[in-house]
Design a protein around this ligand. Structure first.
Ligand SMILES: NC(=O)c1ccc[n+]([C@@H]2O[C@H](COP(=O)([O-])OP(=O)(O)OC[C@H]3O[C@@H](n4cnc5c(N)ncnc54)[C@H](OP(=O)(O)O)[C@@H]3O)[C@@H](O)[C@H]2O)c1
Length: 252
């Protein structure tokens, strides 16, 4: 990178923790942050995906195996992820689950599990790292939200409620820590082709693509540039925002 680009977007010497960094959007974000120079720690449940992603990202990558749906494991993961390279400068909360029964069938276990992974874990990890970032005078929190943070469609049920909460949490974190150098923002995907949506039939994929302005569904790599922007000095006056990476889906 040239001087200007390194100063503006470079992440050399920064440490990032990326939950859900072993697959889909989180994996692409982890690769982008590593490509911009950050050391990266991935958190997810399945070790094989973590190992494979870490190997692909290179030497300054580590991982922690944890189920973020379990509160004790989320606390442990927060501590363990700070060990390989030190306390993180950047937290990306991307791990998420998408249980979508109709409201008539939405039971308490599905509600609890969705809230635990999609909302409680981002809160717990934010509490683990945010105050330290603020004390050091620099940090970035990036929460991966959803169209359903803002509107209901396709059985938004617990998922939409969790993602609406995540956007509100992003604003609360921004309110708390922005004045001490910690910018907190949400990325809002449209319909992105990842393992999360492979169960959805092809004709539905085509219908979702038709609802965008760009004319295709999202790909994990579409998040790379926005993630580096939000993680870097480039976004030092951007906080509390929800940035839609959706091919125009939300304005169509
Ligand atoms: N794809 C879309 O169209 C779309 C649209 C809007 C929002 N999003 C959001 O984007 C984020 C990433 O989704 P994606 O599409 O990239 O999905 P994905 O490919 O299925 O990736 C999900 C990641 O989260 C991890 N994860 C899931 N449950 C976990 C748990 N309990 N503890 C720890 N890690 C866990 C998974 O690893 P393990 O399974 O190994 O734990 C995986 O690394 C999610 O928050 C999702 O809600 C996606």
């Amino acid at each position: 990178m040239t001087g200007f680009l390194e100063e503006t977007f470079g992440l050399t010497g920064r440490v990032a923790v990326v939950t859900g960094g072993s697959s889909g959007i989180g994996r692409a974000i982890a690769a982008a942050l590593a490509g911009a120079g950050a050391s990266v720690v991935l958190i997810a449940r399945r070790e094989a995906g973590l190992r494979e992603t870490a190997a692909e990202l290179g030497d300054r990558t580590a991982y922690v195996v944890a189920d973020l749906g379990e509160r004790a494991q989320a606390h442990r993961a927060g501590d363990e992820a700070a060990r390989p390279f030190g306390e993180p400068d950047i937290l990306v909360n991307c791990a998420g689950i998408n249980l979508r029964p109709h409201m008539d069938e939405l039971d308490e276990p599905a509600w609890d599990q969705t809230m635990a992974v999609n909302l409680d874990a981002p809160f717990l990890l934010g509490q683990r790292y945010g105050p330290g970032m603020a004390e050091r005078g620099h940090g970035r929190i990036i929460n991966v939200a959803s169209q359903q943070s803002f509107r209901a469609f396709g059985n938004s049920g617990a998922y939409g409620a969790s993602k609406g909460g995540l956007v509100a949490l992003t604003r609360s974190q921004a309110e708390a820590w922005s004045a001490r150098g910690v910018c907190c923002n949400a990325l809002v995907p449209g319909f992105v082709v990842t393992p999360l949506v492979t169960h959805i039939p092809a004709d539905r994929h085509a219908a979702m693509a038709a609802r965008t302005l760009i004319g295709r569904n999202g790909l994990p790599g579409d998040f790379a540039g926005a993630a580096v922007f939000l993680a870097s000095a480039a976004s030092s006056y951007v906080t509390g925002q929800s940035i839609f990476i959706d091919g125009g889906f939300s304005v169509h």
